[in-house]
Design a protein around this ligand. Structure first.
Ligand SMILES: [Zn+2]
Length: 462
């Protein structure tokens, strides 16, 4: 997610960051066709910070979402391929109770599913490791759910409806359940095939690789698994522009009449992605791009950033793209480790900004350090954020400071090798603090456990 704003003093010295640059990636093919459902296999874990969400007994392998929007009512047919991770009495998923169920089938047999308190219950047992096809038809008016945060740009989470009947999403740490039945926890990544039918002359836009447009129906598909908070849907009167990123990466930019002048900033994407590729290795997905929306914030939704049409700064766009390595292809298994996302994206953004000048990274370090203690007191240390303070500045700045400490300790060459190999070695996975610490220790040949624990756990600035 876009970082909260911070006032930093400007320094006139441009710091040469001394990163170990490597060549950007060679040309890449865009995969076509369907990958096997097994690509969507996960090991879901219970979400400790938001325990109402998700079900570790279910692993969704693939979502097939057939959606229609008429500016007032969403009609959906969701076809889920699910796996029981243990013996289950019933299949329980997250789905907003703003909808009415039209029908539910499991492996083709009608089932009397129920929807209450934002939970869909399908009263059919599954044996451990049994796979099944669940088809849920539903319709209704989308309703958002409150964001558990004091951020000034906090919005209703999930699928937002604008005054003119357009749609957009913001759904971190949850909210996908406001538009489809879902195991709405980050540890259950899955494949997606999304079809969205929209009013005449409108566009239907979703995360994934763009497919054909058939009449008023737009298609998107994924060949890499996606966490539910990284899916997006936007419907409105959009203009489409295309571009080409490093290695021939296909880029799509979606703008509306009111933010058409932002297209120039979006067209900086190839430069931003090239900068990131030289530090982090190849962009991890087959396509990228941006959709501008009415939200005041930005979100690193997979293969297609969802960005406020009011954002003017390419640094914000770079932050969101950086998440595609730190958050999207490597995803925290629970929200306790959201610092793994925001610490890295914030630090990469600050390094990029320092290269543009005039403020250097040490100036950022001084101002962030001055805030660190207050942020820990307010929202908790970054490794233990308070549930009601989701994605506040503590998980951005305190953990970015930790990465800066690691960099100072191990030196630039080792630090950038760490940054590059983490997504390179953990592509399409979920990770946590333990695996990150073990990785850092193994990669550097040093025991940095105490440093990492101190920065993530201390109630005061280390
Ligand atoms: Zn972020």
């Amino acid at each position: 997610m876009r970082r909260p704003s911070i006032v930093i003093a400007v320094c006139s010295v441009l710091l040469v960051t001394g990163c170990t640059a490597v060549p950007a990636s060679p040309a890449r093919p865009v995969p076509t066709g369907r990958v096997d459902d097994s690509v969507g296999l996960s090991t879901p874990v219970a979400e400790p910070t938001y325990p109402k969400l998700g079900n570790p007994g279910i692993d969704v392998l693939r979502y097939g979402l057939d959606l229609a929007w008429d500016t007032r009512t969403l009609s959906g047919t969701a076809t889920l391929t699910v796996r029981a991770t243990r013996a289950l009495d019933s299949v329980v998923l997250d789905l907003s109770d703003a909808y009415a169920l039209v029908s539910v089938t499991l492996d083709g047999a009608p089932v009397a599913g129920t929807l209450a308190a934002d939970k869909l219950t399908v009263p059919r047992p599954l044996a451990a490791e049994q796979r099944a096809t669940l088809v849920v038809r539903y319709r209704g008016t989308p309703t958002t759910t409150p964001m558990p945060s004091h951020r000034p740009d906090a919005v209703g989470l999930g699928l937002n409806v604008t005054a003119d009947g357009s749609l957009w999403t913001m759904q971190e740490p949850y909210g996908a359940f406001t538009w489809y039945p879902v195991n709405d926890i980050p540890s259950d990544k899955a494949l997606y095939d999304i079809a969205v039918t929209v009013p005449d002359g409108w566009a239907g836009i979703a995360s994934g690789t763009p497919g054909p447009v058939e009449g008023r129906t737009f298609h998107y598909t994924t060949t890499d698994p996606v966490a539910s908070y990284l899916t997006t849907l936007a419907v409105g009167r959009y203009q489409k522009a295309i571009g080409t990123g490093p290695g021939g990466l296909p880029l799509t930019y979606w703008t509306r009449a009111e933010d058409a002048e932002r297209l120039g900033m979006l067209r900086e994407s190839p430069m931003l992605l090239d900068w990131l590729e030289r530090r982090l290795g190849p962009y991890p997905f087959p396509t990228a791009g941006v959709v501008l929306v009415e939200s005041p914030s930005g979100m690193e939704t997979q293969q297609l950033v969802t960005l406020s049409g009011k954002v003017r700064s390419p640094a914000v766009l770079l932050h969101e793209y950086a998440h595609h390595w730190f958050g999207d292809t490597v995803t925290p298994s629970t929200w306790q480790d959201v610092w793994l996302n925001e610490g890295w994206a914030t630090y990469l953004q600050r390094v990029w900004e320092a290269e543009q000048g005039p403020a250097d990274i040490s100036e950022w370090e001084r101002s962030a350090r001055a805030l660190d203690g207050g942020l820990r007191a307010e929202a908790g240390p970054p490794g233990h954020p308070k549930p009601g303070n989701f994605a506040e500045k503590n998980v951005y700045f305190c953990s970015a400071l930790m990465l800066n400490e690691i960099r100072k300790l191990v030196g630039d060459a080792e630090f950038w090798a760490l940054a590059r190999d983490w997504p390179g070695q953990h592509r399409n996975s979920v990770q946590d603090r333990a695996s990150f610490t073990a990785y850092v220790n193994q990669h550097t040949g040093r025991d940095l456990t105490a440093l990492i624990d101190r920065w993530l756990d201390s109630p005061t600035t280390p």
